[in-house]
Design a protein around this ligand. Structure first.
Ligand code: SF4
Ligand code: SF4
Length: 396
């Protein structure tokens, strides 16, 4: 196993254990199976374990396994505050204590504000008193490092990053999402500030392994590397020195072994030009199924009406490269539930964006097409209801 350091110089295994995908059995987690897999990873040197309040049964299973094997002091636990459910300091404290109890510990090594999509979410937490609360927990040692996990657009990521002295952050990042969400821009901005970055969805929830078109598999074969599909995705990440830990939701011993093998071998700045060209071929093969040839360059931004043009096109494309459900789910996360609405329906057809698009995309027309696909009536009503609940105002 190789290690990269956190802000305090603590070595963290470059492979982190994502505890969201523990195998389920009879409606709960198969703790015995999870224990075997977790111990396999621990023995191979994995020392970072990521869970969350909202992953059903996960904190409790992790706490039980660590206690049974007397591993608490030997590993780092990362868990998350369901920040969008927190409306008062009392709720904040109650939730944190519940997490400690589930994890059978009296401190958390890495504590994250879960699933931030918007700077307004951070502002809401500040109004609840989170800054003082964090300071108190860090003073007492109950929280060692504070961070946030993120799914919104790049602009909001940068605003949250710059608004507080974070110890780390966690972003969705993989070779297909290089310009999506926080993206490479966010990764590099965090690294420049000395903020370690943990990576989630390194293989897009397995899609970069299970849903690859034949042309992408051919590109891998023809590279002569002999790397597996997962390995291409993981090596692309480890190649970037700004990446600290790559989280993988492992739920078989074989998967643990494969991931540990790659994490023991892959170096930063090690990919060759030929490797990069293979990854470009893989991406092109995936993108051939896309509906809009948007590269995510953002030259069209900002839209004076706040429309998230590249974000909407990315989700629309995901409906065809992965599945309708996945595209809509990403749309809800990254566009639908930001406090500042960014829907295509806000477009006033001024045409400013089209003057800057190097791909000559008829943006106005394609936005309407994407909106119809991404927001059929039930989704429109559902997103509106959730927005009304979250922001206590009528959603668009
Ligand atoms: S045409 Fe629509 S999307 Fe483009 S800049 Fe104008 S308002 Fe924004
Ligand atoms: S300028 Fe064109 S290609 Fe670039 S992000 Fe905007 S729509 Fe996409």
């Amino acid at each position: 196993m190789q290690y990269r350091k956190d802000r305090n110089g603590t070595p963290l295994s470059i492979l982190g254990y994502g505890c969201m995908r523990f195998t389920k059995k009879g409606g709960g987690i198969d703790v015995d199976k999870a224990e075997q897999e977790l111990l396999e990873a621990y023995r191979a040197g994995v020392n970072y374990f990521d869970t969350a309040y909202l992953y059903p049964g996960s904190e409790a299973a992790l706490g039980e396994i660590l206690e049974r094997n007397q591993l608490r002091e030997k590993v780092r636990i990362a868990t998350k505050l369901p920040q969008y459910l927190i409306g008062s300091r009392t709720a904040l404290e109650r939730t944190f204590q519940e997490e400690l109890s589930r994890l059978r510990t009296d401190y958390v090594d890495y504590y994250l504000m879960h699933h931030m999509t918007d700077v307004a979410m951070w502002e809401k937490l500040k109004n609840v008193g989170i800054i003082d609360w964090i300071a108190e927990k860090k003073r007492s040692g109950a929280i060692r490092n504070i961070g946030f996990s993120y799914h919104g657009n790049t602009e909001n990521f940068l605003r949250i990053l710059e608004d507080y002295d974070w110890d780390f952050c966690q972003i969705q990042y993989n070779y297909l999402d290089e310009v999506a969400q926080a993206g490479k821009t966010g990764l590099q901005a965090a690294a420049k500030r000395g903020v370690p970055v943990m990576i989630m969805e390194p293989l897009r929830g397995g899609k970069l392994v299970n849903m690859l078109p034949e042309a992408a598999k051919r590109a891998m074969r023809e590279s002569g590397r002999g790397w597996t599909a997962a390995e291409w995705g993981l090596r692309w990440l480890y190649d970037q020195p700004e990446v600290t830990v790559v989280l993988s939701g492992m739920n078989s011993v074989e998967m643990v072994r494969e991931n540990c093998r790659v994490a023991a071998d892959a170096q930063a700045n090690a990919l060759t030009d030929a490797d990069r060209e293979t990854i470009e071929r893989i991406k092109r093969a995936i993108r051939e199924r896309e509906k809009v040839g948007c590269t995510g360059c953002r030259y069209c931004m900002p839209c004076p009406k706040g429309v998230d043009i590249p974000g909407i096109f990315r989700c629309y494309n995901t409906m065809f490269t992965e599945s309708k459900r996945e595209g809509r789910s990403q749309f809800i996360q990254t566009v639908g539930l930001t406090r500042e609405p960014a829907f295509a329906s806000q477009c006033v057809r001024c045409g400013k964006c089209e003057q800057h698009c190097p791909q000559s995309i008829p943006i106005r027309e394609k936005l309407q097409e994407a909106d119809r696909a991404l927001r059929p009536l039930p989704y429109k009503l559902g997103v509106g209801a959730v927005r009304a609940f979250l922001f206590r105002q009528k959603g668009k």
